[in-house]
Design a protein around this ligand. Structure first.
Ligand SMILES: [Zn+2]
Length: 248
């Protein structure tokens, strides 16, 4: 229940962070909440402006860090143009794109010497390049995804003592993976761009569903038994996953 609202500014280095001050009859002490990039300070009726300012000042590092964290999340995934010099992620590393026209009917992709090479048929006009590069990269990523995921499923299913039916490579906007009642594992090919540890987490997660078809405490314990620090990988997927290219 906010009664009086007031906008104030906190200066940290050369960053200005606006915060809203609300007086609450129920508040026992000054409280700071950060929701997205909105910083709110709630103060009890008796607290004066100076007390609030001092309190916020004392917490400024904490405020800045949380606020900054959100800001960086909001950084929109840049639109790829599929031109030479651009960088594309693969297993957690970024590789620079190089395009070469060769006497070949098919476009091919190769990752070599830290460069992502795209070889295009030399009968294409340069205007056609970006679209053909995009198609070639998509095909390459999906193929890599199938190979890497298959290998990892082999290893993890043995380790976890489960049997899966079939791997299906999916392209979904909002899902990274799923497990069907028939024991099929569906994985989003875009995860091939994430670090290996993140792929491991996703695979362990889906394989764990073969034992626990839910997200119960037992399920998460099972995941943890196999991947002690799975929470870091889960967080990565949640926060960094949306920044991976080919999201639209
Ligand atoms: Zn799940």
């Amino acid at each position: 229940m906010g009664l009086i609202k007031d906008m104030e500014k906190l200066v940290v280095g050369n960053t200005e962070i606006e915060y809203e001050v609300t007086v609450s009859g129920r508040a026992q002490r000054i409280r700071i909440t950060i929701n997205g990039d909105k910083v709110k300070v709630t103060k009890p009726k008796g607290a004066n402006d100076k007390e609030v300012k001092d309190f916020v000042e004392a917490k400024k590092e904490w405020i800045f860090n949380h606020w900054q964290e959100f800001k960086s999340l909001k950084v929109k995934q840049e639109e790829k143009k599929f031109v030479a010099g651009e960088k594309f992620p693969y297993l957690g590393y970024e590789y620079m794109l190089r395009i070469i026209a060769i006497n070949n009917k098919k476009a091919t992709v190769e990752l070599k010497s830290n460069i992502l090479w795209v070889f295009l048929p030399d009968n294409l006009s340069e205007e056609e390049w970006p679209l053909r590069v995009k198609e070639a990269l998509l095909a390459w990523y999906k193929n890599e995804a199938r190979q890497v995921f298959t290998d990892k499923l082999e290893v993890w299913s043995k380790r976890m003592g489960v049997r899966y039916n079939q791997l299906r490579i999916k392209e979904q906007k909002t899902r990274w993976g799923s497990c069907s009642g028939k024991g099929n594992i569906n994985l989003n090919w875009r995860v091939i761009m994430a670090p290996k540890s993140v792929i491991d987490y996703l695979i362990v997660h889906e394989l764990a569903h073969l034992k626990q078809m839910n997200h119960s405490k037992e399920f998460w314990q099972l995941v943890k038994n196999n991947l002690f620090d799975y929470e870091r990988q889960r967080k990565w997927l949640r926060e960094e996953g949306k920044k991976l290219p080919f999201a639209n």
